[in-house]
Design a protein around this ligand. Sequence first.
Ligand code: ADP
Ligand code: TPW
Ligand code: MG
Length: 589
Amino acid sequence: MSAIAQPVGDAATEVETSSLTDGFHLLIDALKLNGVETIYNVPGIPITDLGRYAQAQGLRVLSFRHEQHAGYAAAAAGFLTKKPGICMTVSAPGFLNGLTALAHATTNCWPMILISGSSEREIVDLQRGDYEEMDQLAIARPHCKAAYRILHAEDIGLGVARAIRAALSGRPGGVYLDIPGALLGQVMDAVEGEKSLIKVVEPNPASYPGPDAVTRAVDVLKSAKKPLIIIGKGAAYAQCDDKIRQLVETLGFPYLPMSMAKGLLPDTHPQCASAARSLVLKESDCVFLIGARLNWLLSHGQGKGWGEKGAKKFVQIDIEPIEMDSNQPIAAPLIGDIESCATALLDAIGSDWQKPSEEWTGAVRSKVETNVAKMAPRLKNNNSPMDYQGSLGVIKEAIAENPDVVLVNEGANALDQCRSIVDIHKPRKRLDVGTWGIMGIGMGSAVAAAVETGNQVLAVEGDSAFGFCGMEVETICRYKLPVCIVVMNNNGIYRGDGTNWGGGDDPSTTVFVKDSRYDLMMQAFGGVGVTVDNPDALRQAVKEAFASGQPTLINAVIAEDAGKESGNIGNLNPSSVVAQARYPQAKKI
Ligand code: ADP
Ligand code: TPW
Ligand code: MG
């Protein structure tokens, strides 16, 4: 700085600051007081210094290349830790980039707080065209569980406390906290400031089902001849793994884990019915939902796959009362947290519980064994280029040998095939696209998994899915995280062999540059990058990545025609007789 620009006498030296605090430090202190240890952020005005000061005050502050991935990391952290994941962004564009992740956290019922800097209220509200002007609070509100703005330094403690309680209590979700830049620079007496902070007492209190509800549920479960349990990611989030296992094993029902509930009980458990999914969904006469919603992922509990209409009774544990009857009538709702509900049920059923008949459980078991045996040889193929079975067979072995590895997974075929082929053996070891089926959660989730658990991470990524978040490989290298990414490279979205139906020179809308070298992206930032085109080579590369713990990207060459349109959910694509008649090619997909 030039001598002329330097003020005569630094203001800070003239004011005695030791008895003062400011908005920056009150915010950091409020977060620390409530157990926050990590912030996922992208710096810029007005929060650059906030990140620096937070780092100086002992918080771990991880900077991303794009807010969406910082947000996905915070969302995943919320799921993994049962504490709100914190994402911090700049105003307007940064805020909007982070908002997708906040909406994603809310949709998935995960606690997250998006803290965004914002511009001057007086100018924004008169729409005078401030730097990055936007009414962020109003825009955030419909996309999250609660949204708050703090205007005065003495209210920071209160604002943070409200945000934490809103994120965690009842059904967890995303909270928006609006921080006008001017707030951070406000100064107040340090003692008064400290007194203004609030440590939230029991942000997530137990909530117990009533005794009548428990008796009703036991009666319905007892009367079932062919019962089924469906365990959802709410149960994984609840972190009462032993209690859930005890409940499932005491009841003796076959169970289906939803995607992110895999591993709550090991997928190899004798009651696991994943490989007999169609049979149990169709034939069961009673379905007991534990932290799972009857949303699109379960066809709303209706349709051919669910057997005869009205033939099933539903029992449901959920913390959110209005979830009940949202798709099917719930004969026995249990409103409460899963641990309290499971405890109450176990107490009520006592020690003389009659498990379901061998006729039912044996039929399910034998279907599972037949299907698993049918699949086994396909998972051992050594085809080059690889198909999904051969490549994911290798991943299945790698996870079985290293059950503490956190598997992150996104894509279409790369997702659906991995979910069904790769067994998970421990709770909360699988992070994926969640309720919305979002492409691009991979790298943010991988960073959060590595940071929050300290474990090795394996991210199985469709090449398209990876493209949504690939720049974050630099973040992974910068923080030297033990993340191994396998890009399932089939040259495109669903398949790599699409053609332009108009016959022009442009490639099809669903294909990418052929034989792309995603491994070089990792090399660019000092990580390990390799290309493999057969399962033996993939096995070796994964082994080396786990042994070294180095950021690694394995570009796995998958046959262009190995995948299906939209993976397992092609039926959700709209179609019309007109379009089918006009494009005969459509039938071949
Ligand atoms: P999945 O996609 O795995 O089927 P969902 O996200 O649809 O799971 O459902 C999770 C459900 O779990 C939500 O309805 C949510 O309200 C509920 N939930 C979350 N945490 C708890 C908890 N601690 N106790 C009870 N229910 C919970
Ligand atoms: C934010 C739509 C669903 S699946 C997918 C897209 C673009 C990519 C599938 O190709 P990928 O996997 O990843 O190469 P594979 O193995 O089948 O080839 N934008 C967002 N989310 C979604 N879900 C989409 C678009 C989509
Ligand atoms: Mg692909």
